[in-house]
Design a protein around this ligand. Structure first.
Ligand code: V47
Length: 368
């Protein structure tokens, strides 16, 4: 595989990438300084070659996707974050609460992953969330349930008076198979304060995932980027996740989530160029050497950019989703869902091999 980078000296015009190339070939870890150099480069294609090399070492030409569905049982939220257009105060005209029948009408065993997240409802008890999981699990026993972000789990701990470990154990008993990666946003306290001051701190987010991993519950991690963060904040965020993964090895995927400003209080944030998206995704692949998968979240990137990102270290195209609401409320321009055939074609057209997976990354079908 070394031959993929054989001509690197000829095409790379950023001398700061040569040392990183040597580490990638050597399979040794890049450090914070290397990560900052990656964020500073404008040789995007050379960077992409490094990230693609690393991805190919792990997964060859396979790119994973899942037949899944997102369900958001309520958008009523006790807190209000500046970057979010989904959460609504109780009693507001756009607030909704799904009945159990409504939730159950959305699930079936064809779904390999059911992703459930929502607002921090001020009146719902923890038992209500457990019941949702129990009923969904009964209605779709062959599907995996990936439910509740660390922010929700922290909230469940507050409203139930139970420690996080007990909350996670109860969720596992009810039928949750994995935790989604949402709520991490950006760990840097100063920026976090500006975009989501009432939210669970970065340290608490990390602690919830540490506890979950200890109990054998796998999870994902995200970064919300493209708002007020600096390169240093991005690198610091990844460094905290890499350290936690060194300790627990409980993360499956890392998902860069591009901020959608349109209907939010941060709508005047200056847009970043596309090269920034490619840098964040490539950096994630190169820096998070202990994360098996890096996802391109097509909902925020858009379908075309997500396809390009497959050449920048991405091994997972997420899934069908069916009806995305959280980020479309903020004005995302992508479709709200796609078919299995869409992913097979999108991945093949980019020169990779589509592999349908379940929520725990078991391979279900290879589309050679
Ligand atoms: O954490 C809210 C994001 C996230 C906006 O684990 C916004 O497999 C952009 O975490 N612009 C939830 N993003 C999404 C998420 C996720 C998605 C897909 C797969 C997985 C997984 C997890 O939605 C929140 C927040 O970062 N979000 N508002 C916005 N305006």
């Amino acid at each position: 595989m070394e031959e993929l980078l054989e001509n690197f000296d000829k095409f790379c015009f950023d001398k700061n990438l040569f040392g990183i190339r040597d580490k990638v070939l050597d399979n040794s870890r890049i450090d914070i300084n290397d990560a900052l150099n990656i964020m500073a480069t404008n040789d995007i294609n050379s960077l992409g070659q490094l990230a693609a090399y690393k991805k190919n070492q792990l997964h060859g030409r396979k790119v994973y996707f899942v037949v899944n569905r997102h369900i958001n049982p309520t958008n009523v939220c006790a807190i209000s974050c500046k970057f979010c257009a989904f959460g609504k105060p109780k009693g507001s005209k756009d607030a909704y609460e799904m009945s159990m029948d409504k939730i159950l009408s959305l699930v079936n065993d064809e779904l390999k992953e059911i992703h459930i997240v929502g607002g921090l409802h001020p009146d719902w008890e923890f038992e209500k969330y457990l019941n949702i999981v129990r009923e969904v699990s009964k209605a779709a026993p062959k599907s995996h349930i990936k439910a509740f972000t660390a922010v929700e789990i922290d909230w469940f701990s507050q409203i139930s008076g139970k420690p996080v470990s007990e909350v996670v154990s109860s969720l596992m008993d009810a039928g949750v198979d994995a935790l989604p990666g949402g709520g991490a946003e950006i760990f840097a306290p100063e920026v976090r304060k500006k975009i989501c001051s009432p939210k669970t701190t970065g340290d608490s987010w990390l602690e919830v995932h540490r506890e979950a991993h200890k109990l054998g519950m796998p999870s994902n991690a995200t970064i919300l980027y493209g708002h007020l963060e600096s390169d240093h904040d991005v690198v610091d965020h990844l460094n905290k996740l890499r350290s936690l993964q060194d300790d627990t090895n409980g993360f499956f995927a890392f998902i860069p989530v591009l901020f959608q400003p349109f209907n939010t209080s941060l709508k005047n944030v200056k847009p970043f160029p596309f090269s920034y998206d490619l840098k964040v995704h490539s950096l994630a692949r190169l820096f998070l050497d202990n994360f098996p998968y890096i996802k391109a979240y097509w909902i925020t990137l858009g379908e075309k950019a997500a396809q390009v990102a497959l050449h920048y270290g991405i091994s997972d195209a997420d899934g069908t989703i069916v009806s995305e609401k959280i980020i479309h409320d903020a004005g995302a321009k992508s479709e709200i869902g796609h078919t299995r055939d869409f992913f097979v074609k999108m991945i093949k057209d980019a020169g990779y091999i589509p592999v349908e997976r379940d929520a725990l990354y078991n391979e279900l079908k290879i589309y050679e």
